[in-house]
Design a protein around this ligand. Structure first.
Ligand SMILES: Cc1cc2nc3c(=O)[nH]c(=O)nc-3n(C[C@H](O)[C@H](O)[C@H](O)COP(=O)(O)OP(=O)(O)OC[C@H]3O[C@@H](n4cnc5c(N)ncnc54)[C@H](O)[C@@H]3O)c2cc1C
Length: 396
């Protein structure tokens, strides 16, 4: 039977970065992807910031850069705008990418580092030692069904992840911790080419927002994400998106050339992300930012930590959960505080009415705020409307 140090399940961005860093550290790595093509079909708004790219060792490549914006624009229900430049706008604003090409470039990096990638290879179950340690996977592929042994298996299998559940990690999330998202790729429109736009309010996106991410002067990804708890029947998210577009002549005249839909986890961080011989990374580990709904940055940041931990585990010959806690401690140290704060902010935002949102954006539009963090936003709002912040003061 084949044996690898590390089996990575899923070749999304978090999987490829995990595989790359594990392989760079000397591990033998097999990456299994159930789809026939890495990165396709795209299920993403394609917005990223540049500031975390260096941290995870991704080289900027014009093949996957579609368009660059100056910053972000938040628009309140009454139409008031607050603009902030790219440098201070968080992890999902700055560059609009071609996500399929981006994912392929990261997979290529992993392969160049020594990882083996197999497509059309779906992991159907985990295998275990008598002690309960995960020691491999069962794979269904064009060649048939086979088993691979591994020191550790990494579940990087996205929002619908099953690996965690199979391995005994509780990854279940409540409907108000899931965003149901739908997006149109629109052409023949006139988006603001300089800004990634976010529209708030119960009319357009209860508990979420509508985004317009320009891909060129005449095309954009236009999408909506609403909380699953606000969905009464299938198709609700699409109705909100259609209503938003209907109300904007500069979008209404456009054509839809692609429809993308999917779920985004917006929960608090999981209680555990490692077991003996098992790690979860990216959307599978619910590391997506619960407020912005962006998951590429955090998945890649956590993936690097996972890959580095695994290469050390190989050297030590120790894949126990106590060793793999290095990964868990590492990603929590880097990401957890922001994830918790933004999850709490999301919980509060759900309950805000349009009047309050109008007041908040109006304060921001008149402020000289230089950072789009929950902390700075609340500080600024407290100066003018202390009563608005009182009920969410614990975030400060
Ligand atoms: C509509 C929408 C818009 C979004 N917009 C943005 C945005 O603008 N910016 C941003 O940062 N994030 C955005 N996100 C979130 C972002 O797409 C995810 O956070 C990101 O893809 C997570 O990366 P990942 O590697 O963890 O998982 P994924 O990219 O989901 O990759 C998981 C991979 O695992 C494979 N897989 C699953 N199960 C198995 C199995 N059993 N065997 C083998 N392979 C398997 C899948 O085929 C897939 O290729 C958006 C999400 C949606 C749905």
């Amino acid at each position: 039977m084949e044996e690898f140090d590390v089996v990575v399940v899923g070749a999304g961005p978090a999987g490829s970065i995990t595989a790359k860093y594990a392989a760079m550290g000397g591990a033998t790595v097999l990456m299994l992807e159930k789809r026939q093509e890495v990165g396709s079909p795209v299920r993403c708004g394609e917005g990223i910031a540049r500031k975390w790219i260096d941290e995870v060792g991704i080289r900027l490549d014009k093949r996957w850069i579609a368009h660059e914006v100056k910053g972000a624009k938040l628009v309140s229900p009454d139409g008031t705008e607050f603009r902030i430049d790219e440098e201070h706008a968080g992890s999902e604003v700055g560059t609009i990418i071609e996500r399929d090409i981006f994912d392929k470039a990261l997979a290529e990096d992993a392969v160049k580092a020594g990882a083996e990638l197999r497509l059309k290879s779906a992991v159907r179950s985990l295998t275990f030692e008598e002690s309960g340690k995960v020691n491999g996977v069962k794979v269904e592929s064009l060649e048939g069904t086979y088993e691979v042994k591994a020191g550790a298996v990494v579940g990087v299998d996205g929002f619908e992840s099953q690996i965690g559940r199979w391995g005994g990690i509780n990854t279940s999330i409540k409907p108000n911790d899931i965003t149901s998202a739908i997006q149109y790729r629109m052409v023949d429109i006139e988006p603001d080419p300089d800004y990634a736009e976010f529209f708030l309010g119960t009319t357009w996106a209860p508990g979420g927002y509508v985004w317009i991410f320009p891909k060129s002067e005449t095309s954009a990804n236009v999408g909506v994400g609403i909380l699953l708890s606000n969905v009464n029947e299938p198709g609700d998210a699409r109705k909100y998106l259609n209503k938003f577009i209907e109300n904007r002549p500069y979008l209404k005249k456009g054509k839809v050339i692609e429809i993308v839909s999917g779920g985004v986890p917006v929960s608090a961080p999981l209680d555990e992300t490692v077991k003996d011989g098992l790690l979860l990374v990216g959307d599978a580990a619910r590391q997506t930012n619960p407020l912005t709904r962006g998951g590429i940055a955090n998945g890649c940041i956590a993936g690097k930590i996972a890959g580095e931990t695994l290469s050390e585990a190989v050297k030590e010959g120790d894949f126990s959960s106590s060793f793999l806690m290095r990964y868990e401690n590492g990603w929590r140290e880097r990401l957890e505080e922001e994830l918790y704060r933004d999850w709490m902010a999301k919980e509060k935002l759900i309950g805000l009415n349009d009047d309050t949102l109008n007041k908040m954006i109006s304060v921001l539009s008149e402020s000289d705020i230089d950072e789009l963090s929950v902390y700075r936003i609340l500080e600024e709002i407290r100066k003018r409307y202390p009563e608005l912040v009182r009920e969410i003061e614990d975030l400060l």
